[in-house]
Design a protein around this ligand. Sequence first.
Ligand SMILES: [Zn+2]
Ligand SMILES: [Zn+2]
Length: 337
Amino acid sequence: MKKVLIDPRLKWCKANLHCHTNQSDGFYTPTEIKKHYMEQGYSIVAFSDHEMIFDNSYLTDENFVAITATEYSISLPSPNGFRDVVTIHMNLFSKDPHNLFHPGANLDTFSNKQKELFKEKYHMDIPCDNYQRVFTQESIQEVINRANSMGFLVQLNHPNWSLNIRDDYMNLKGLWALEIFNYLTELETGAEYCPNIYDDMLRHGHKLYCTMGDDNHNYQGSFEGSFGGITYIGVESLTYDHVYSAMKNGNLYCTMGPIIKELSYDNEKKIVHVECSEVVDIILVGYNRTFYHVYGEDLTHAEFILNGQEKYFRIAIKDKYGRYGNTHAYYLDELDK
Ligand SMILES: [Zn+2]
Ligand SMILES: [Zn+2]
């Protein structure tokens, strides 16, 4: 039976899942972000301002969904300052668009500007149980657990910029996705495309998705860090609930540019079929040292016949500009059912 994994009959919406506004240290207001991103063809933005949750769902309409989100961070104290600080950043995406309660909120992490803005907007104190964060596996895990229990999807962000080593994330449970490309920190580090970390986590039994995001701050109104890390989300209709469910169920792929139009798997013939925009390389990556390539000019499709030992597969495509698109991993034992 042919299983359609990336279904062209769905509406594939262009999303930025990592965005900062003037509600933290970004430049633009959420309304301005909506305008600028819609002009570039986006219909979803997750407003993941630092440490505080704002409900921007007043921006949601039939052509746009504003995901209520926040970026949580915890750092290891460093005597040598910012350059040496090892940190963990995670985006939390809320199931409830109107939720203002951050499961790991601590009063010390809010800026005065944020506190004033929150009061101005909601005429109430910030809901916060002053969770004491420390940079330990237990504390980070507890925040993930608290977030998951409230329906948040939890994503590990930009592990290279954070100076993360395997021990920082390999034993964390309950992660929904790894951000395998962060456009802003890629411009800074040149090393933020990290499918190798995703593969390492998959090989060690983690089942999670992968995304790309901008992490745009738009300092001084520039668009540096905007429009380069895209996640496409497939929905039946563009509503908050449909977008959240599609994210939760993995109806998504991520890209720096090239488009994946269709992905299917025939579980009798063991054939994976990919349709995409013009690329020069289509790769199937499976468990351990499993890499099947099709190279060429102007490739728009590929078929891979599996031997059944791959355990899982993910597809990566590369266009002539060196820009990658990636699916998440699909598991043969689930597809063969
Ligand atoms: Zn970050
Ligand atoms: Zn960020």
